[in-house]
Design a protein around this ligand. Structure first.
Ligand code: UD1
Ligand code: UDP
Length: 374
């Protein structure tokens, strides 16, 4: 079997790495393609090294740009690459513009598309990611849902039950296979505080809105805890453009650092008191570690992570300041497999191989049309 894996951003690489390793162990030929959506060493290449992956077979060098630019150029270039390699299936994980382009290109070429992390819904269509999720799922022949909740979302959109398999999320493997290795990271020597909370923020709805960004800086000043902040390039670029970077960097309780490699980030996660983030993957890792966490959003497509120690706060001063003290004293509970247990990637590779070998991995007209009312 020949599969084409489209993996183009930091979280996709982290979550697809254990799956691509599973392909390597079997008779599955893997063509590794990046659209080039993330191109900085610290957002892409460092993870190839961390996960012991060879560089992509194809780099489409699409780079940064507007939503329309990134999606359309990726679609155009992926169409050519899929035609040239003629794979039996295309696979991608998540909700980025590159994933949507991969799903559309595959569907239009009638090559089966496999969506890892299918069925996540924030029910907020103002997020580019939500639109990407919905459209990608509806272009998929095999939908690998991380939980029963995500499966239910797909069924409610009338996606065929037999296209959906609940597998868990492959970040379970990325995390548990590497958590021990993180112990040897010496990143803590670079942290200037004795104790700290870990902050990441990069969502379009948070950082492209200047007012929200200014509010966030004002809130950080009022937080009575130290914060280590590995800054996403999107956030850094906007702060610099609006002359807010210096202001943030001058806060005594905030230490801005460059994005760090995976093992260093896991070490920071393990050592911090609490996490403040608008990232999807980071909230999942907070769940595995039973770490107190504030989700700096008003909604989430990952309800599995919410608990007494993990609250939605948006960028709201009162909610953030109150919640941080609350989650810090709540009793934590051990991860109980809400997103699956180690072995998710093996399960995913097994399902793909089985469906391919039994001739089930083909593009077929959906049952949806068979249930028409006319
Ligand atoms: C993208 C995804 C988001 C995901 C995030 C993971 C979409 C719509 N968004 O957001 O869902 O959570 O990746 O991190 O697909 N930049 C660099 N170097 C890079 C890449 C980007 O400097 O290697 C800067 C550029 O200024 C660019 C900006 O970051 O304009 C935004 O990059 P982009 O890939 O469009 O979106 P992300 O914010 O990274
Ligand atoms: N991460 C990392 N270094 C950092 C920040 C994050 O390795 O400096 C990892 C983190 O462990 C998580 C993933 O990046 O697995 C999350 O990526 P991101 O927040 O960019 O995207 P999202 O998950 O929100 O789509």
């Amino acid at each position: 079997m020949k599969i084409l894996s489209v993996v183009s951003t930091r979280p996709e690489l982290i979550k697809m790495a254990p799956i691509m390793h599973e392909f390597k162990q079997r008779e599955i030929e893997n063509v590794f393609v990046t659209t080039g959506q993330h191109y900085d060493y610290s957002l892409f290449k460092s993870f190839l090294e961390d996960f012991d992956l060879a560089k992509p077979n194809e780099d489409l060098e699409v780079g940064s740009g507007s939503q329309g630019f990134q999606t359309s150029i990726s679609l155009l270039k992926l169409e050519e690459v899929i035609k040239r390699h003629s794979p039996d299936a295309v696979i991608a994980e998540g909700d980025t513009n590159s994933v949507l382009a991969a799903a559309l290109a595959s569907q239009k070429l009638l090559v089966p598309f496999i969506h890892v992390e299918a069925g996540l819904r924030s029910f907020d269509r103002t997020m580019p990611e939500e639109v990407n999720r919905i459209l990608s799922d509806h272009c998929s022949e095999l939908l690998l849902a991380p939980s029963k909740i995500s499966e239910k979302n797909l069924l409610l959109e009338r996606i065929d039950q037999d296209k959906i398999v609940v597998t868990g999320n492959s970040i379970v493997d990325s995390f548990f296979q590497n958590a021990k290795r993180a112990d040897s990271s010496d990143i803590i020597n670079e942290v200037k505080f004795d104790d700290f909370c870990l902050l990441t923020i990069h969502r379009k709805e948070n950082v492209d809105d200047l007012k929200k960004l200014q509010t966030m800086i004002a809130i950080l000043l009022k937080i009575k805890h130290n914060l280590v902040f590995p800054i996403h390039p999107r956030t850094k670029a906007i702060l610099l453009k609006n002359k807010l970077f210096e202001k943030l960097a001058s806060l005594k309780n905030v230490q801005i650092i460059e994005p760090v490699e995976y093992f260093d980030f896991l070490k920071l996660l393990k050592e911090c008191k609490c996490i403040l983030t608008d990232s999807g993957g980071v909230t999942e890792e907070a769940l595995f570690l039973s770490k107190p966490c504030l989700v700096l959003r008003n909604n989430t497509e990952r309800p599995e992570v919410l608990s007494k120690i993990c609250s939605l706060t948006g960028i709201d001063e009162k909610r953030i300041l109150d919640s941080i003290e609350k989650v810090l004293v709540e009793k934590s509970t051990k991860y109980n497999g809400q997103l699956g247990l180690p072995g998710v990637s093996k399960k995913i590779a097994d399902i793909i191989q089985k469906r391919y070998e039994s001739g089930q991995l083909i593009v077929k007209p959906s049952n949806f049309f068979e249930k028409r009312y006319y």
